[in-house]
Design a protein around this ligand. Structure first.
Ligand code: CTP
Ligand code: CA
Length: 227
């Protein structure tokens, strides 16, 4: 099986990855979410494991089996995902936030199914901002080497670099989600990675191959930061 593993560049390193969407309950039968497939995060988990890391995958509700040799924690909401992430910080060297976290949740979750109103044609939901998981992790006293993603439809470098600074990340992986052929729900992706000193573009390729490339770059930057 040795040939299965690309290298040992992350041998003994503890990696925690968030993946997939979150689900924010409106009532017992309805929720707010997004189209994230979780594929990029799952591919990163497998690539990191193959590189020798001990991987924990904090997975939102997606239709993918738990990958082999990876500890998987299932969560639903952004707040659940934050709690699970903070619980891992004692055993985390590298944190990779690949999840498409819902930015807002309903202010209130109804205990019972909300009934359709006969009196009104409109329904108002008040939403409240969710905590920023990756920024909370990067601001923590036990701060791991922290990698974020940026989903952008325009002005990709500016917005990505702004998030790198604002969230105090070590690396940000920018996705141009205006392209409908790749990214969110596809098996392929193309990204540009930014960090303080430089950047690197990765052309369109399968998420499996891209994940291996990203793991190699992350491992390099991690070693440079911790040496
Ligand atoms: N993220 C997070 N917690 C949130 C929102 C986002 O951890 N509540 C993380 C994502 O996992 C990703 C990064 O932050 O690694 C950027 O997510 P993105 O949606 O691109 O940026 P936002 O900061 O949410 O800003 P906006 O959606 O307005 O562009
Ligand atoms: Ca967002």
């Amino acid at each position: 099986i040795a040939g299965l593993f690309q290298s040992d560049i992350l041998s003994g390193v503890r990696v925690v990855i968030t993946a997939g969407p979150t689900r924010e309950a409106i009532d017992p039968v309805r929720y707010i979410s997004n189209h994230s497939s979780g594929k990029m995060g799952f591919a990163l988990a497998t690539a990191a494991m193959e590189a020798g890391a001990r991987v924990t995958l904090i997975r939102g509700p997606v239709n993918l089996p738990d990958p082999d040799r990876i500890q998987c924690l299932r969560v639903e909401s952004a707040r659940d995902m934050l709690e699970a992430s903070l619980q891992q910080l004692g055993e985390c060297d590298i944190f990779i936030a690949a999840a498409a976290v819902a930015d807002y949740r309903p202010l209130q979750t109804a205990d019972q199914k909300i009934k359709k109103s006969a009196a009104s044609d409109t329904l108002e939901l008040t939403l409240v901002k969710n905590p920023d998981i990756v920024a909370t992790v990067a601001g923590h006293e036990q701060r791991p080497f922290t990698v974020g993603f940026a989903a952008e439809t325009q002005d990709v470098e500016n917005y990505a670099r702004h998030k790198l600074q604002q969230k105090n990340l070590d690396i940000i992986v920018a996705n141009d989600v205006s392209r409908s052929d790749i990214g969110f729900n596809s098996d392929e992706n193309a990204v540009t990675v930014f960090w303080q000193q430089s950047q690197q573009a990765f052309g369109q390729m399968s998420k499996t191959t891209l994940a291996r490339e990203l793991v190699r770059l992350i491992a390099q930057r991690y070693r440079a930061a911790t040496e």
